[in-house]
Write a protein that binds this ligand. Structure first.
Ligand SMILES: [Zn+2]
Length: 91
């Protein structure tokens, strides 16, 4: 279980979901491939952003989120969306 922090770091980090560093509660998500022993690099991510916009598809048992594509996030192109797979529940 990730610990929640009351403030977003003031360094150069940005939330990968909303692409801002707004001062809101955040959690640290371990970054794949950065493990060294018991230490891992982490990505600050707004806790609220993690909880918004999720959908559940019972036919395939997948929880997923629809997010803007990289082009949309930079204001380029039309409002096409891509689906980012989040995970399949194993419980
Ligand atoms: Zn965010």
């Amino acid at each position: 279980m990730s610990r929640q922090f009351p403030h977003f770091p003031k360094d150069n980090a940005i939330c990968p979901l909303c692409e801002t560093n707004a001062d809101k509660p955040c959690v640290l998500l371990p970054i794949d491939g950065t493990e060294e022993g018991n230490i891992v690099q982490a990505q600050p991510t707004h806790a609220g952003c993690l909880l918004e916009g999720f959908r559940y598809n019972p036919r395939v048992g997948v929880i997923y989120r629809v997010v803007p594509s990289d082009k949309d996030a930079k204001g380029i192109g039309k409002a096409a969306k891509v689906t980012r797979y989040v995970g399949k529940c194993r419980h």
